[in-house]
Design a protein around this ligand. Sequence first.
Ligand code: NAD
Ligand code: AKB
Length: 313
Amino acid sequence: MIKERILVIGACGQIGVELTLALRKKYGNDTVVASDLREENPLLRGTGPYVTLDVMNKEMLHVMVIRQNITQIYLLAAILSATGEKNPNLAWSLNMESLLNVLEIARDENVQKVFWPSSIAVFGPSSPKVNCPQQTIIEPVTVYGISKYAGEFWCNYYHHRYGVDVRSIRYPGLISYKSQPGGGTTDYAVEIFYDAKEKGSYECFLKEDTYLPMMYMPDAIRATIELMEAPAENLTVHTSYNVHGMSFSPKEISVEIRKHMEDFTITYNPDYRQPIAESWPQSIDDSTARRDWGWKPEYDLAGMTEDMLKNIK
Ligand code: NAD
Ligand code: AKB
């Protein structure tokens, strides 16, 4: 039996911290090597091995994978939609080169499985707005969305051409309280909770009726691990799976928060992120993920809101 050794790249980000902790809980602390450009996140300190690593440095990454006997890689380093529009060249080079570096090394070495997240940002204005299907017209208009769509096809290519077992999810906007989000359009749905607790009010950068697909982090972590553990023969999608959690607008989430904090107020001041949000679907059809690996979300808007307010200090 192969002794698993898992490398998480981008482990100090919004998903990375929680995913690393969940993987360590499941597979053992020493099995999971966390890595990032940044200083180690305080929540990871003392829970397992940590290395500073720039995923753009292919030689260093390659040496790390060999020295640490890595058998699985979770690649989370990326530039997200809002930051990407401020620096398109950097977003394209980080998002593409990091993936190609990992896929090349996985092909050459003893890496059994790779996880790389895509996003609902692959969809564009011509995709269906409601219950957007797994396969449909996909014409992204952000550099982030273009990089994710290209990345999906690189994953598909390495799977079919070289047999690399790379798996992917099109995450919706993720909501969490352990690690801050890193420059996305859906970040308002996290900021709103912090401002509600700190100030009792929030100025939203999206219009009140902007519906977007969202998911609570515990569901996203579970989806990731369930997909990675699914039998390979059950998987029919080698680009990236649609997954649905919930869909709501800024107005709806503010109403939900007001059920717990009756004085909470929200104002709207839409900025450059509004057109990005409007280019994306409002909700996602995830029937293929449900069929292939049994995906089912647990959290809805009410359950997520209650848990966020309970946990944000
Ligand atoms: P994040 O920005 O919070 O974290 C990314 C991490 O990568 C950061 O800690 C950063 O320091 C690190 N990083 C950046 N450049 C690096 C480099 N050159 N080498 C090593 N590490 C580097 O992002 P996140 O929200 O955790 O997202 C992780 C992945 O999930 C990304 O691919 C993102 O596109 C995808 N995703 C996220 C969401 C979401 O809502 N958070 C939704 C859809 C898809
Ligand atoms: C973003 O808003 O850029 C991310 C995403 C949906 O990929 N949260």
